[in-house]
Ligand binder design. Structure first.
Ligand SMILES: Nc1ncnc2c1ncn2[C@@H]1O[C@H](COP(=O)(O)OP(=O)(O)OP(=O)(O)O)[C@@H](O)[C@H]1O
Length: 241
């Protein structure tokens, strides 16, 4: 039986006040279950990043409620929210948000260490995550010794380390060539198959084809939800043909 990992219930997010107020999200309701891979598409400014930051507890809703594994985020203190994020949520930021003074391995292990996992175990899990994105051989490199695509894969490894149940990825294939992009999509897909809920913002219909479901946003509202056009297994088959 699949469980609800994420639920947005009538969520709105307004920025600013009065004449300059912007409604980034308007009354959005969305449920994502364990094992589901959901793509979010929509024009620039439609609210895609806002949806992701609210889902990950990086920002708070103006109204409505966000539930992660049944916990309403609105009632949590800042510390409780930080703990839930570290434990349950992996986030791939558009600009990676990695720490330049740490190696790839240390960047990936950091959230585990912060969560109290012993160093050796955290490093073992980090190696495993780096292996999944195909760059375990770069574990000891610093960020300035890596290409943009390699840094992006470090960011993805950090999001999937330690079997997080909710993985949120904002344009995770942006800096990657198409082969590497497909590899990353395969990793996200396999995390969903292992039981995570994965939500990915993308501009590319081809990438959305890897998802089970595509949510379309416009002006802060969900205007449509559809099953992905392509069965991901078909894409896989095309790749290996
Ligand atoms: N911190 C903020 N302060 C004020 N307005 C904001 C803020 N963040 C987002 N907005 C506004 O909210 C709306 C939705 O922005 P959001 O970044 O969620 O859209 P998006 O669909 O992710 O866009 P893009 O594809 O360009 O990244 C936009 O009008 C944006 O200008």
């Amino acid at each position: 039986m699949s469980t609800e990992i994420l639920q947005l219930s009538g969520v709105s997010r307004h920025y600013g006040e009065g004449a300059t107020a912007v409604a980034a999200l308007r009354d959005v309701s969305l449920t994502v279950h364990s094992g589901e891979f959901v793509a979010v598409m929509g024009p620039s400014g439609s609210g895609k990043s806002s949806l992701l930051t609210l889902a990950g507890g990086l920002d708070r809703a103006t109204s409505g409620e966000v539930f992660v594994e049944g916990t309403p985020l609105g009632g949590l203190s800042t510390n409780e929210l930080a703990r839930l994020r570290r434990r349950a949520v992996g986030y791939v930021f558009q600009d990676f948000n990695l720490i330049p003074t740490l190696t790839a391995l240390e960047n990936v292990a950091l959230p585990r260490e912060l969560d109290g996992v012993a160093l050796r175990k955290a490093h073992r899990q980090a190696h495993d995550a780096l292996r999944q994105v195909g760059i375990d051989n770069l574990a000891d490199r610093f960020l300035d010794q890596m290409s943009g695509g390699q840094q992006q894969r470090v960011a993805i490894a950090r999001a999937i380390v330690g079997q997080r149940r909710l993985i949120l990825a904002d344009e995770p294939t942006g800096a990657l060539d198409s082969t590497t992009g497909d590899e990353v999509l395969e990793v996200l897909r396999s995390r969903a198959e292992a039981g995570a809920a994965v939500i990915m913002v993308t501009h590319e219909a081809r990438h959305a084809g890897w998802a089970d479901r595509v949510v379309f946003l416009r002006d802060g509202r969900i205007i449509d939800q559809a099953a992905a056009q392509h069965d991901p297994r078909v894409l896989l088959a095309e790749r290996s043909a």
